[in-house]
Design a binder for this molecule. Structure first.
Ligand code: NOJ
Length: 550
């Protein structure tokens, strides 16, 4: 029996922005339960919800202060149990996010650990003395900017944080820490969750020696990622994690692994690896070839996007499984990110949907992607909630860019682009909430781009997603069929074949703004689905997407 999660379409919910049933201005669990039928219509089989545990919300839930409770802003434990039960009735599993590289600095574990050097939790985080001159132990820059070390006056030591000051890194070398984290995961398994997405997992193992690096910014710091990501010995921890939590359970695990290259995937996933799937970022990080620094974006070509996907497909062909995605809560909207400025957003959304839903692997749709939601364009940095948008703005200024230039980087890369409230209808606050004010402003385009309007329009992005999701689930070639990239060097057309012994489908999508001629053999194939009406079989119109049977 093939694993159930290979056959599904997964959907990611950012709960703060999905649906607000309580009228607080922030989304909640009841809001999710109220929309399960909508997700069913999209043929969704699992919902990954980003963290819903108690949190001071410095990083919107990725700073957890209690691993086995629900944040009261989202509801109660019984709301959660009800969500699992209602989802179950519709054949949908709930997938939790495990944030185990770090906790919140308000977690009791940290509050105790920081008191002194000999309390029972003294060794639960990563503490080091200052250098002789009083400066931090190394010159590492945290992912959210500034030193990765913060001085604790109470304990008279520095603690390490890969991300924000309020997100101290847990010390995985300590077996008690590991056990506490495994216990928390098992707590959620007992509630009936269908899997886990495991956050920032490549950072849990710190190097043996903590060394300074060559500065890569005017702040004299160097990005921590190059020192602490994917270091030797990490898989030993993860094997234990698998053994104590996931092994033998009818669930799926997907690790978040920025920095793991396709060639390394086989160590991480499948029979010999630790997870079922791994989100690696080679295809979505093409504009960030210089590292995570937003003010140094790089140009990229369609052939590179195809190459990155081909590499991941090859790496997961016989071992492990590919989680296909183009959007998540950390990335801009795909219609802005992957297409030229001025591209028709409805067509662009359908183009990418066609690639996503016919590729090999479990497709992950991020909330609103199925509506063609797009980036916001805010000119004042104060408007942004995202901690990394604010720190990247400061970094750009420090590097000598003007405020106008810095805001342009933020507009393009900001994680808030993906985090604005879900656009359900043309009503107040896009039907997301009855509150006077929503936690993040609604994108102004909600009068046109919204689920209610798109339901009624047979040509909408939403109906395109529904149609392809259904088509995918009805044709096993899209699940288990071989994947073969076609026209790999072409800079305009994204094409590939999916085939079993009985059948062969071909996807062809024009990513460019120009009409392009197809190779002759395409005209002989039978067009099954086409995003354009009455189009010429020898050409693809700008952003046209087709599925053929060969
Ligand atoms: C990755 C998460 O996806 C992101 O939203 C978060 O800020 C960091 N990990 C830190 O937990």
């Amino acid at each position: 029996m093939a694993e159930w999660w290979k056959k599904i379409v997964a959907y990611q919910i950012y709960p703060k922005s999905f649906s607000d049933a309580s009228g607080s201005g922030t989304g909640d669990l009841k809001g999710i339960t109220n929309h399960l039928d909508y997700l069913k219509e999209l043929s969704v089989g699992a919902i990954w919800i980003t963290p819903i545990y108690p949190s001071p919300m410095v990083d919107n839930g990725y700073d957890i202060s209690d691993y086995t409770e629900i944040d009261s802003a989202y509801g109660s434990m019984s709301d959660f149990e009800n969500l699992i039960a209602e989802a179950d009735k519709r054949g949908i599993k709930i997938v939790m996010d495990l944030v185990y590289n770090h906790s919140s600095d308000k977690h009791n574990w940290f509050l105790e650990s920081k008191k002194n050097k000999n309390n029972p939790k003294a060794d639960w985080y990563i503490w080091r003395d200052a250098k002789a001159d009083g400066s931090p132990p190394t010159n590492w820059r945290s992912i959210f900017g500034g030193s990765a070390w913060t001085w604790c006056e109470e304990r008279k030591q520095f603690y390490l944080h890969t991300f924000a000051v309020e997100q101290p890194d847990l010390n995985w070398e300590n077996p008690e820490v590991r056990q506490a984290l495994y216990d928390a995961a098992n707590f959620w398994l007992e509630k009936g969750v269908g899997g886990f997405r495991i956050d920032a997992i490549t950072y849990i193992k710190k190097p043996k020696k903590f060394l300074d690096g060559e500065p890569d910014g005017k702040d004299g710091l160097t990005t921590i990622h190059n020192f602490t990501a994917n270091t030797e010995g990490i898989l030993d921890f993860l094997r234990e994690f698998k053994e104590k939590v996931f092994a033998g359970k009818n669930i799926f695990t997907v690790g978040e692994a920025n920095g793991v290259a396709a060639e390394e995937l086989s160590r991480w996933v499948g029979k010999d690896g630790v997870f079922d799937m791994l989100f690696e970022f080679s295809h979505v990080n093409l504009p960030l070839k210089n590292g995570e620094i937003w003010c140094r974006p790089t140009e990229w070509k369609l052939s590179e996007l195809k190459q990155a996907i081909s590499n991941s497909q090859a790496a997961t062909k016989n071992n492990g499984w590919y989680p296909a995605f183009f959007e998540n809560h950390d990335k801009p909207r795909c219609v802005n990110y992957f297409f030229a400025k001025g591209a028709n957003k409805i067509k662009a959304a359908k183009a990418l949907a066609t690639v996503l839903l016919t590729m090999r692997g479990t497709p992950f749709i991020f909330q609103g992607q199925e509506l063609g939601m797009s980036n916001v364009s805010w000119n004042e940095i104060e408007k942004y909630n995202d901690i990394s948008s604010r720190s990247q703005f400061d970094f750009a200024i420090q590097e000598g860019f003007s405020a106008a230039e810095a805001i342009d980087f933020i507009k393009f890369f900001s994680r808030d682009n993906a985090r604005t409230p879900m656009q359900w209808s043309a009503e107040k606050n896009s039907g997301f909430s009855d509150a006077e004010k929503t936690w993040l402003p609604v994108n102004e385009n909600y009068l046109e781009v919204n689920a209610a309007a798109e339901e009624k329009n047979s040509d909408s992005v939403l109906n395109w997603y529904r149609k392809l999701s259904k088509f995918r689930s009805e044709n096993p070639e899209f699940i288990f069929g071989d994947f073969e990239m076609l026209l790999a060097e072409d800079e305009k057309i994204f094409a590939f074949a999916r085939s079993s012994e009985e059948k062969k489908f071909v996807t062809a999508v024009n990513f460019s703004q120009e009409k392009v001629e197809l190779p002759k053999n395409f005209a002989e194939k039978k067009i099954l689905i086409d995003s354009e009406k009455n189009s010429d079989k020898n050409f693809l119109q700008p952003l046209e997407a087709r599925i053929y049977q060969d």
